[in-house]
Write a protein that binds this ligand. Structure first.
Ligand code: ATP
Ligand code: MG
Length: 364
């Protein structure tokens, strides 16, 4: 396992990010004061159950959440620049977080946001999705897609140049007949091949950060592993940073330098993989995920399996959002009450490792 080896320069930092949606059911707090960080050259896994806010946080970074009916608030600092700068002038969330202000000027918000994200989306930050075929345009060849992405980096390119760059990138993502694939349309590719092509499209702009949102869940296990190894080696070759989104914590153990765990829109734990996997100083939720992933059935410690379901996105529980499912809080009656009442803050348990659980409150 690779250690968190002193990548100290922060490339992306997400601070107190809130992305809320007005819906028929009420206010959905998809991302609720989430904070995490991606250092230069690091591979970070963002982990959580379905609905925990992983995709919405990534789409917020990419500027792909529209203000209406959503509201994005907080800080997303990329290469030292806050991508949400000055948006508060157009819409805000009340400081108590209970009420949400109506967007005052939707057009103004969009204009400002577009200018903040210009030159970043697709160029400095690339993204790949779970289903590559549907995120590529069916009317364009693979070479067209790669050429367009390279154009973001190099300006106007001729058809011939675009084709050459496409072949070069298809080679880099280890596609065996790159010329044929360059001429192909997305629907003509197998799942694994389409995912490689999508990676080539994202990387042809030579971004600093690649966000990969569950890019392997639709693939069979062997192809999944190949794609992961490919991403890992490209990351090392290109000194790229990767934010890899998954619900599978076991991916973290082999590939990630650090891990951030999301629960009910929050990041309840983040830290270097080795420290998080030590299991004696992690969040009860993370530990439950690890317990299930490692299939430790022999010690028969049933308490460690997470019971119940994640909270409804409109009605979050009071206090620690995990408390209704946490076995630990019933064991510690005093602390249990506190868990129901008061939301834990980020408590430092190790170098660069923070856990939102009262269990780690100093002096406890
Ligand atoms: N445009 C939207 N409008 C309203 N609610 C939304 C919107 N997009 C997402 N949500 C809600 O926000 C919450 C977080 O969704 P998100 O897609 O980020 O989850 P996720 O962690 O990526 O889950 P999965 O593992 O299933 O992909 C969910 O409750 C979802 O229903
Ligand atoms: Mg998702």
């Amino acid at each position: 396992m690779k250690k968190h080896n002193g990548h100290n320069d922060t490339l992306l930092s997400v601070n107190n990010l809130r992305t809320y949606f007005h819906t028929q059911k009420g206010l959905v707090r998809a991302v609720d004061r989430a904070s995490y960080r991606v250092d230069k050259g690091a591979f970070v896994c963002l982990i959580g159950e379905s609905g925990s806010g992983k995709s919405v946080s990534a789409l917020s970074i990419m500027g792909l959440i529209d203000t209406s009916p959503g509201i994005v608030d907080g800080e997303i600092t990329f290469e030292g620049k806050n991508l949400l700068e000055d948006l508060k002038n157009y819409c805000t969330i009340n400081s108590n977080g209970k009420a949400i202000d109506i967007v005052k000027d939707v057009a103004g918000w969009r204009r400002k946001h577009r200018s903040n994200i210009a030159g970043v989306r697709g160029r400095r930050i690339g993204m790949i999705f779970q289903d590559p075929v549907s995120s590529l345009n069916p009317l364009f060849t693979v070479a067209d897609h790669i050429g367009e992405s390279a154009g973001l980096r190099y300006g106007k390119l001729s058809r011939k140049q675009k084709f050459e760059i496409a072949v070069e990138w298809l080679n880099k993502v280890r596609i065996t007949s790159p010329e044929d694939v360059a001429r192909a349309y997305p629907f003509q590719l197998s799942g694994g091949m389409a995912q490689r092509a999508m990676i080539a499209v994202a990387l042809a702009a030579e971004p600093q950060l690649l966000i990969a949102d569950e890019p392997t869940t639709a693939l069979d296990a062997t192809v999944q592993l190949e794609i992961l190894k490919l991403l890992k080696s490209l990351q090392e070759e290109m000194h790229l940073s990767v934010l890899f989104i998954t619900h599978d914590i076991s991916i973290g153990s082999n590939f990630a330098d650090s891990i951030a765990v999301m629960y009910a829109g929050r990041v309840i734990e983040s830290g270097p993989t080795a420290s998080v996997f030590q299991r004696d100083n992690n969040h009860p939720y993370t530990d439950g995920l690890l317990h299930a992933a490692l299939k430790i059935t022999t010690d028969a410690d049933d308490k460690k399996f997470i019971k119940g379901n994640p909270p409804d996105s409109v009605h979050h529980p009071s206090g620690c959002k995990f408390h209704p499912r946490c076995e630990l809080k019933t064991e510690l009656s005093d602390e249990g009450e506190r868990c129901e009442r008061e939301e834990p803050y980020d408590i430092k348990v190790n170098k660069n490792h923070h856990v939102r659980c009262w269990k780690y409150e100093p002096g406890y």
